[in-house]
Design a protein. Structure first.
Length: 419
């Protein structure tokens, strides 16, 4: 392999390392993921696919159903189902004078003043909370998708570097073998070149093993066998504060609102529901007497008291205090995470720039030593050391480029931006 071929190989690896987002999943040895011909998906489509494979979507649908049921109950004309009352009275078993009385009635629970409006507001807040909870769950899942995608992308770039290094060392071993046969180099040089090629094979196998594991995690998470283009827009540089529409903060704020509504519901539910009773009675005083009919109205008012109300009020206030504390804790945590993510992105940029410069220098050095080796002016150990150093720099740059992309994705994640 000429020095130009070496430089071209390294430059090809660098291009792949700097743009791992465009690389399809390379098939790996020992049963790696195979391509099914699917077109590349964006992260948004990958997130949708992962959402369909998790229980989060089912739980969100169940929460919406519960909220809809609560709203239906709050909109009802009665706070509880009515009850039918049937009574029959007779003196057949003692006097047996023919006295008879039959009564049928209907008990209708009644709303207390303000109770229905309070329950309607609580039900509406629960529905909004279900939607906010779904948004927060999708954001959490988006973080898992981002981490898994960049893990695969980084290992793909490393595998490309390792593959290029193996090809270069195999060419070197072939060239050294020819020169040994020609008597230009010692047999020990052929052994050294072959040993380096075998070491490169082992390194490639190790990278492919890690790539296979990352691809398996990606497949299990999304069900997709192709890596998407990691092209999401970066978070605005001026957004130093958490956005008002952050899904996790919205969910926490809505949980506080829901708890407040429940406190109001408890405040209105001072007693069990009163009941209006309407009954129709038919009675006969004695055998042969004419039947008498009457219509009766009644009102049943249960008592309340501290024994009933205080535990309910304390529980509702406790839920409200807990929700408020959770909202504050989450906000402080996200603000700290946002600052850390911005610092991490700045550090990743600096490290990527330094890795790029170092890689360029070591590539140029390896190319010069390769030329010298072809001309008989450099030894094989010197060439192998330079080639290994350049390959390690390429691998480090591939990892650093993936780390830079992941740092951007993490900043988007902490900022609450979905792909």
């Amino acid at each position: 392999m000429t020095s130009c071929a070496l430089a071209g190989s390294m430059l090809c690896c660098a291009a792949q390392a700097q743009t791992p987002t465009a690389a399809p999943m390379a098939p790996v040895a020992h049963g790696g993921l195979a391509h099914s011909g699917l077109a590349h998906h964006g992260l948004a489509q990958a997130l949708d696919a992962a959402w369909q494979r998790t229980q989060a979507g089912t739980e969100a649908a169940a929460a919406r159903e519960r909220a809809a049921a609560a709203r239906l109950a709050a909109d009802s004309l009665l706070p509880a189902p009515p009850a039918l009352e049937l009574n029959h009275r007779s003196d057949r078993w003692h006097k047996d004078t023919g006295a008879l009385e039959n009564e049928v009635g209907l008990a209708l629970p009644l709303w207390l003043p303000g109770q229905r409006a309070a329950r309607q507001a609580a039900a509406a807040s629960a529905a909004t909370l279900a939607e906010a909870d779904e948004g927060a769950s999708r954001l959490q899942l988006a973080g898992e998708v981002r981490e898994a995608a960049w893990a695969v992308a980084g290992l793909q770039a490393e595998a490309a570097v390792a593959q290029a290094q193996l090809g270069y060392l195999r060419d070197i071993a072939t060239d050294v073998g020819r020169r040994v046969q020609a008597g230009e180099l010692a047999h020990s040089d052929a052994l050294a070149a072959e040993a380096e090629a075998l070491a490169a094979e082992g390194a490639l196998a190790e990278v492919r093993e890690r790539l296979f594991a990352a691809q398996a995690r990606w497949l299990a998470l999304t069900g997709l066998d192709a890596l998407p283009a990691l092209d999401e827009a970066p978070a605005p540089a001026s957004a130093d504060a958490l956005p008002a529409g952050h899904p996790a903060l919205q969910r926490a704020a809505q949980a506080v609102d829901k708890a407040r509504r429940e406190v109001e519901v408890v405040r209105r539910d001072v007693i069990d529901a009163p009941e209006l009773t309407v009954s129709y009675r038919r009675e006969v005083a004695e055998r042969g007497a004419a039947a008498e009919r009457s219509l009766a109205f009644g009102l049943r008012l249960p008592f309340g008291g501290d024994a009933r109300n205080r535990p309910l009020a304390a529980a509702a206030q406790g839920e409200l205090a807990q929700a408020q504390a959770e909202e504050m804790r989450l906000r402080l945590q996200l603000e700290g995470d946002l600052a850390a993510a911005r610092a991490g992105l700045d550090a990743a940029r600096a490290q990527a720039a330094a890795a790029g410069k170092r890689t360029g220098l070591l590539r140029e050095r390896a190319s010069l030593i390769d030329k010298a080796f072809r001309a008989g002016e450099a030894s094989l150990p010197e060439l192998l050391l330079a080639a290994n150093a350049a390959a390690q720099a390429d691998a480090a740059m591939a990892r650093q480029q993936a780390a830079l992309g992941l740092a951007r994705a993490r900043l988007n994640q902490i900022s609450g931006f979905l792909p």
